[in-house]
Structure formats: C-alpha cells, structure tokens
Design a protein around this ligand. Structure first.
Ligand code: FES
Length: 256
C-alpha cells in the first residue's frame, strides 16, 4: 500500500474509532472500551501525521537547480502537480473527517458535568414557618434549652439535611440560631463555650463569637456563620422566619 493510502486509512481508523467512542459514551459508557477507542483514534491520527511528514513532505534542505524549462519537462511537472493536488485532496478530506469525529467525541463528556445546580447551593430547606426539630424529628420547644445551652436542630421533615443543620443557643436574653456548617471547610461546628459565648469548630479550631453575629474571632475561617431568623410560637415551639441570611458553608461565595 502506498503512503497516501496508509495515511488515509489511518485517518479513517481515527474517524471510525471517534464515532464508536461517541456511541459508547452516549449509551452509558464503559471505561475500558472508551479508553481503547480513544487510544486507537489518537494512534491513527499520530500514525497518519508521522507518515505524512516522513513520506510525503520533501526532505530538506533542498537546493534546486534552475534549468531552462522545456516543453516536455513542463508536461511532466504539470502531471506531478495534478497528482499532488489529488493526493492533497484525499488526505485533507480524510483528516478533516477525523478531526470532526474526534471533536464531536471530545465534546460528549460535557454531558458528564450534569445539570446546572442553579441557585440550589444558596438555599436550604428552611422556609418561613418551618419548625425546628431535634435529631429524633420531634419539635424543639424554647424551654428545652437552658441558658448557656446548645442544641443541634434541623428543619422539620429534613433531619438528614446536611446544609439545613443549625445550632440553637440560649443566651441570657433569648435564643439565637446559626448554621452549623463551618465557613472554613464545612465541618460541623459542634462545640459551644458558654463562658466566652463562642462556637468552636473542632476541625481547625475556628471560633465564632455568638454575641457578635457569629463573627470569626480565631482560626482559619474568615466568614461569619449564617444566621437563621427564628421565632417562638404560642405553644413554645421554635420555628424559622425564613432561610439563613447568607449561603451556608465554605467561604468561596465571597470570591469575585
Ligand atoms: S472546617 Fe472549621 S475550622 Fe476548618
């Protein structure tokens, strides 16, 4: 097989492999098959380019003698030009096909990014009127928590909610609630020091001042804990007046 055919065949192999790769991916994917097809597609491309460079491009440097052009030489030259033109067409077409197929296959994994999260990362299950419940799902009453006491609460119906968990603290003058998700790296802020009124994250010892809107006063956290607005119903149950006042969790929200 001459060089042009081998190159065109290599680009054809790339095209077929890339189409097969896209088909495998679209049908649910299979890592081993996808890897083999991608390797074959890229291998075909590499073989085609290397052979093209080695066999069809003129080796350099070349010094060409200028000679008077005779009619016969002119005819030979024209034949050669025509052959080269045909060869170039075949190779550029097969290369174009291979590039399109490979590009399409490469675009498919964009689907793997999944649906856009929208603003779901900025919301939690807390809504106006949502009751605060304990780990057992039972509504929390304001007088369940003594002064200096601290309780983890969840939005009613979402006791497994990671982003909805909040800490309820009784201060001398009432109850306050903050997100339990540390704004440094997302650990649960699980300790409360009643004497200093500080919530402490055990992961890297960030401390948040409960009397100052849960502002970080120590450690790597740079953002305060989001505040959960709450109220107490006539029967003593604690309920939310809305969602947290800021997105919960690590502080990448602040970056612009
Ligand atoms: S996760 Fe809380 S201090 Fe690092």
């Amino acid at each position: 097989m001459n060089a042009e055919r081998r190159i065109a065949t290599a680009f054809g192999v790339t095209t077929i492999s890339a189409v097969a790769l896209a088909a495998v991916y679209a049908n649910g994917g299979q890592p081993q098959a996808e890897g083999a097809l991608l390797a074959t597609a890229l291998g075909g491309l590499a073989y085609g380019f290397v052979t093209w460079a080695n066999r069809l491009l003129p080796p350099g440097p070349v010094t060409q003698q200028r000679e008077p052009v005779h009619t016969e030489q002119q005819a030979v030259k024209e034949d050669l030009d025509r052959a080269q033109l045909g060869r170039r067409k075949l190779l550029t077409r097969t290369l174009g096909l291979a590039a399109i197929a490979l590009g399409a296959a490469a675009a498919f994994p964009i689907r793997s990014l999944g649906p856009s999260p929208g603003d779901s990362l900025k919301r939690t299950p807390w809504r106006r009127g949502t009751k605060a419940v304990g780990e057992d799902g039972a509504p929390v009453r304001a007088d369940d928590i003594p002064v200096g006491g601290f309780l983890t609460v969840f939005p009613e119906g979402h006791v497994d909610s990671a982003d909805g968990q909040a800490v309820l603290i009784r201060l001398d003058d009432g109850l306050v609630a903050y997100s339990k998700v540390c704004t440094h790296a997302g650990c649960p802020v699980g300790l409360y020091q009643a004497e200093s009124h500080q919530l402490i994250c055990p992961c890297h010892q960030s401390a948040f001042d409960v009397l100052d809107a849960a502002r970080p006063v120590f450690g790597p956290a740079t953002r305060r804990l989001p505040h959960l607005p709450i109220a107490i119903s006539s029967d003593g149950a604690v309920f939310a007046l809305g969602d947290f006042d800021e997105p919960i969790g690590p502080a990448y929200w602040n970056r612009r």
